[in-house]
Design a protein around this ligand. Structure first.
Ligand SMILES: [Zn+2]
Length: 459
C-alpha cells in the first residue's frame, strides 16, 4: 500500500517533486471549499464555505498552506504568503503543489464500510432480479452467512491483502479516512482478527482506519438451529465476545444490526449499553428495511450515528431531532447506494432529517452483498439523485458531518488551521461537478497529513 512500498501509488514528501520539507503550499485552485465551522445541520447542511476565483494563478486566488502535516492557513495567496513570512514560516521551506485549476476540498471521510470480508456475492444480484428479498436470501442461508463462512476460512494475510486493495481504491476516489466494521466473523476469534486487520491497515496508511466491532451483525449458523437462537447469540456476545474485543483495545465503536428479523431494539440496547460500559461508543444499523425502533434507540443512547434509516418511524425522526436540538446530535448516516443496489423504490427521507435539524452524513456501506462500491463520490451522486440533497449538502455529508459520525470532527473534515492536512485536489473546477459525473475518475491529487499520497496530474 502507499507509504509502505509495493502499492501502486507513490508517496512524495512535501510537494509533487520537491525535497522533503515541512511546508506545502497548494496553489492554482479554482476554488477552495473549507467546511470550516463545525457540524452542519438544518438550513446549514449545505453551507460549505467556498472561495472561488476566475484567475487561479492570480494574487487573490485561494491557497492552502500546510506545515508538518497540519493546516496552517487558508485564504488568498497574497494574504497567506504575507502571513507565513511574517509568522516565522519562510516561503522557501514550502513545496508548491499546483492544483491545475481544479477544486480543493478536505479529504473525504467514509463513515460506514464493511471493508474486510472474503468472497463475493454476485449470485444474489440474480436472485434479487428474480424477486428474492434481502431477508429471503438471509433466511435461506445466503447473504451475510455466505460471507461469514468465507471470512472465517480466510487467513489474516488474505484479509490484509483484500483490505489494502479496496482501501487503495477508496484513496483514488478522494477518501482519506474510513470506518471499517467487523461483523463477518460472528465468533470471538474471527471478530478479533477482523478488528486487528482493520487496525493494522490504519497503521500502514495512508488512509486512517477507524475499527468498529459489529459482532451482532447476524445470528451465526451455529446458533440458528437453537430455540431463541438470536437471544442465545446476544447473550454470548455480551458475556464472551464483547469482553474479548474490549480487552483487545483496538475497536473504537460498537455497532448492532437493529432490524426486524435480525436483532430487536431491546437486544441492541443491551449490547450497546454493555459495550459503552467497556469504552466502546455506540452506533447502529437502524431502520434499514422496516421501522424497528433503531432511530429511537440511537437518540436514547446518544449514539455517534444511526445508519441506513431508509424506513424510520415519525417518532424516531422526532427523537433524533430532539437530540440535535439539545446539542447532542446523532448523525443520520444515509447509505443511498445500498437502497439502489437492493432495487428498492423507497429511499431514506433525507429531507425530513435535514428539515428536522438532524446532521446528515453519507457513506458507501462498502460490502459484498448490498453495496459493492468503494466510491464515495458515487454515493454523493445517489444522495443528490435519490435523496434530494444538493451537491453542497452532499459535500458536507462526506466531510465534516462524516467526521462527526466518527467523533473526529475536531481533527478532520474541514480545512481549518490546526486540523490534519488531509486534502483532495479534483480534476473538475467546481465541487458541484462531483455528483454530476457519476462513476467518473475525478481525483487529481490526494494529500494525507501534508504528504502527496496519490497523484495523477496529467490525466
Ligand atoms: Zn452496514
Amino acid at each position: 500500500m502507499s507509504g509502505t512500498g509495493g502499492g501502486p501509488f507513490r508517496v512524495i514528501e512535501g510537494g509533487r517533486t520537491g525535497e522533503p520539507t515541512p511546508g506545502l503550499l497548494i496553489t492554482g485552485a479554482s476554488e477552495v471549499t473549507t467546511l470550516a465551522g463545525g457540524v452542519r445541520r438544518g438550513a446549514d447542511q449545505g453551507a460549505v464555505g467556498r472561495v472561488r476565483t476566475d484567475d487561479p494563478t492570480g494574487p487573490e486566488a485561494p491557497v492552502v498552506a500546510c506545515w508538518d502535516g497540519r493546516i496552517l492557513a487558508v485564504g488568498s495567496r497574497l494574504a497567506v504568503e504575507a502571513s507565513l513570512e511574517g509568522g516565522g514560516y519562510p516561503l522557501a521551506r514550502f513545496a508548491r503543489l499546483d492544483a491545475g485549476g481544479g477544486a480543493v476540498t478536505p479529504g473525504l471521510i467514509d463513515p460506514h464500510t464493511h471493508l474486510l470480508f472474503a468472497g463475493s456475492r454476485e449470485n444474489e444480484l440474480e436472485l434479487r432480479r428474480r424477486g428474492a428479498s434481502y431477508l429471503d436470501i438471509l433466511a435461506a442461508g445466503g447473504g451475510i452467512l455466505s460471507t461469514v463462512a468465507a471470512t472465517r476460512a480466510a487467513s489474516d494475510a488474505d484479509l490484509l491483502a483484500h483490505g489494502r486493495r479496496w482501501a487503495d481504491e477508496m484513496l483514488t476516489h478522494g477518501v482519506t479516512t474510513i470506518e471499517a466494521k467487523s461483523g463477518y466473523g460472528l465468533d470471538l476469534d474471527t471478530e478479533l482478527r477482523l478488528v486487528e486487520v482493520a487496525y493494522q491497515l490504519g497503521l500502514e496508511g495512508p488512509l486512517d482506519v477507524v475499527p468498529t466491532w459489529l459482532g451482532a451483525h447476524a445470528v451465526p449458523p451455529e446458533f440458528r438451529g437453537r430455540p431463541n437462537g438470536a437471544e442465545a447469540y446476544i447473550r454470548s456476545v455480551i458475556a464472551e465476545q464483547l469482553p474479548g474485543i474490549a480487552a483487545h483495545g483496538r475497536a473504537r465503536f460498537a455497532d448492532v444490526f437493529c432490524e426486524t428479523g435480525v436483532f430487536t431494539a431491546d437486544q441492541s440496547r443491551r449490547v450497546l449499553v454493555a459495550a459503552a460500559s467497556l469504552g466502546l461508543a455506540p452506533r447502529l444499523h437502524a431502520d434499514e428495511l422496516a421501522p424497528s425502533g433503531g432511530a429511537e434507540l440511537a437518540a436514547e443512547l446518544g449514539a455517534a450515528s444511526a445508519d441506513h434509516l431508509a424506513t424510520p418511524s415519525p417518532a424516531g425522526i422526532a427523537a433524533m431531532a430532539a437530540a440535535a436540538e439539545a446539542g447532542n446530535p446523532v448523525v443520520a448516516t444515509l447509505l443511498p447506494v445500498t437502497t439502489w443496489f437492493l432495487m428498492k423504490d423507497h429511499h431514506a427521507p433525507a429531507r425530513a432529517f435535514i428539515d428536522a435539524g438532524v446532521p446528515v452524513a453519507i457513506g458507501t456501506d462498502f460490502n459484498p452483498g448490498t453495496s459493492p462500491t468503494a466510491s464515495l463520490p458515487l454515493a454523493m451522486s445517489f444522495a443528490c439523485i435519490n435523496l434530494g440533497l444538493s451537491p453542497d449538502e452532499a459535500l458536507a455529508a462526506v466531510t465534516i458531518n462524516a467526521a462527526r459520525a466518527l467523533q473526529l470532527e475536531d481533527e478532520i473534515g474541514s480545512l481549518e488551521p490546526g486540523k490534519a492536512a488531509d486534502i483532495v485536489i479534483w480534476r473538475v473546477p467546481s465541487t458541484t461537478q462531483i455528483p454530476y459525473w457519476p462513476g467518473a475518475d475525478l481525483v487529481r491529487t490526494v494529500v494525507k497529513r501534508g504528504r502527496v499520497v496519490h497523484d495523477r496530474p496529467d490525466r
